[in-house]
Design a protein around this ligand. Structure first.
Ligand code: AMP
Ligand code: MG
Length: 397
């Protein structure tokens, strides 16, 4: 049995980015940038007014300034501003030569082509100097970063329209178990609807992967082996659920052993001790996730998600970790570190955590609505209300 840290390291050591492709800007959101990006020009290229007003020479103490012309965004001035003159200028307009400040329109009285300033600006007032937002040659985005709206805007700003991104990992999902029926069916006595297949498809998609194949197989050796070979052939990563514990119909491990190298088959982790990890000679990864719905999703979150992000080229693959205060007492496991599902909120200057109730590994309702996993070290002791513990943040609070 390996520790959480050993298991996570073993997995990440075998997860390497898969290659790159180009996508248009409109399809770049959520993708991982494959190259560093630099700015080709200064932005702004010329000094620019940040307000609607009058471009003047700071320190010009003439009573009235002759208004020479009007400059709007995208058009350059024809005239040079000298003492005793001004140019009406709109937001984003390029400062006329000679001027070094802009007085806001609210602070100017203009009559008969002459402006009277009610405010005397200092040099540079309301002016964005060249290179204020970006300078030529500046490194603006790093390879490995996730592209959100601001990053996409920046790519457009620097003229990067074909965006180099890492290829998304291809994932195959195989649910196993004789007791499973399709979600549209009414389960006969002793059966349950297959929820893991759909939960894992969603989890893989949330992690930026492309789910290329999914299926259900019964607990029969030949059928299982055939399905697992198919999944592994079609994808970079195979996720199976169920069939990895100690029961007589738990056949995944011996089959996996025939098509890949198993690196570990048990982790000191709750929920999901039987998590199994293997890699093929071609470098494909296979995860045998436990069957209980909560165990399969929590092991996905802690062990599979970082691997998918790394395969997809991301540098930052870990969730943020914060200190939280328990709102109620919690009994810890005596042997395995436990990842309890919780709702964390910010209150009176600190994070407060409340678990989602019964933490049974079959109870999906213990994950629904959770925004954090509490990392509880194994001691067998009861942590009193008010104890500080570490939490992995799963979503925005
Ligand atoms: P196993 O690890 O195969 O023994 O499965 C453990 C428990 O998880 C079983 O009792 C099943 O009821 C449940 N289970 C396994 N696979 C699924 C699935 N795909 N969807 C929902 N529940 C499952
Ligand atoms: Mg089973």
């Amino acid at each position: 049995m390996v520790s959480v840290v050993e298991a996570a390291q073993t997995i990440l050591d075998r997860a390497h980015p898969l290659g790159t492709e180009m996508v248009p800007l409109t399809q770049a959101r959520g993708r991982i940038l494959a190259e560093d990006i630099t700015a080709g020009e200064d932005l702004p290229g010329l000094p620019r007014s940040s307000v609607d007003g009058y471009a003047v020479i700071a320190g010009d103490d003439a009573d009235k300034l002759e208004v020479l012309e009007e400059v709007t965004a995208g058009r350059l001035a024809h005239e040079q501003v000298r003492r005793g003159t001004a140019v009406r200028i709109m937001t984003g307009g390029t400062l006329p030569p000679g001027a070094d400040a802009v007085v806001m329109v609210e602070e100017v009285e203009e009559t008969n082509g002459h402006a009277v300033l009610q405010h005397h600006p200092r040099s540079g007032e309301n002016v964005h100097p060249p290179g204020m937002d970006l300078t030529q040659g500046q490194h603006v985005l790093s390879a490995g970063s996730r592209l959100g709206s601001a990053e996409v805007g920046l790519l457009a700003t620097v003229g990067c329209v074909d965006v180099p991104v890492w290829r998304r990992p291809r994932v195959a999902v195989l649910a196993t178990g004789d007791e499973l029926v399709e979600p549209e069916e009414t389960p006969p006595p002793g059966s349950v609807r297959d929820s893991n297949r759909y939960a894992l498809i969603a989890a893989a998609q949330e992690a930026g992967a492309e789910v290329v194949w999914h299926a259900h197989a019964r607990d029969e050796e030949a059928a299982l082996e055939e399905a697992m070979r198919q999944g592994l052939q079609k994808a970079d990563v195979l996720l199976t659920s169920g069939g990895v514990s100690m029961g007589t119909r738990d056949l995944i491990k011996p089959i996996l052993e025939r098509m890949a190298t198993i690196h570990f088959g048990r982790v000191s982790f709750k929920p999901g001790k039987p998590l199994t990890f293997a890699s093929s000679s071609e470098g494909k990864l296979a995860f045998g996730l436990p069957g209980f719905p909560v165990s399969s999703l929590v092991t996905f979150e802690v062990f599979v998600r970082p691997a998918l992000l790394r395969l997809g080229g991301a540098t930052n693959v870990l969730r943020p970790r914060v200190d939280v205060e328990l709102e109620h007492e919690i009994r810890t496991d005596a042997v395995r570190p436990e990842y309890q599902r919780a709702v964390v909120r910010w209150q009176d200057g600190r994070f407060i955590a409340k678990t989602t109730g019964l933490q049974s590994s079959s109870r999906l309702m213990s994950i629904v609505g959770a925004n954090a996993l509490l990392e509880l070290a194994a001691s067998g002791e009861t942590l009193p209300k008010g104890t500080m513990v570490k939490a992995l943040l799963l979503a925005n609070l």
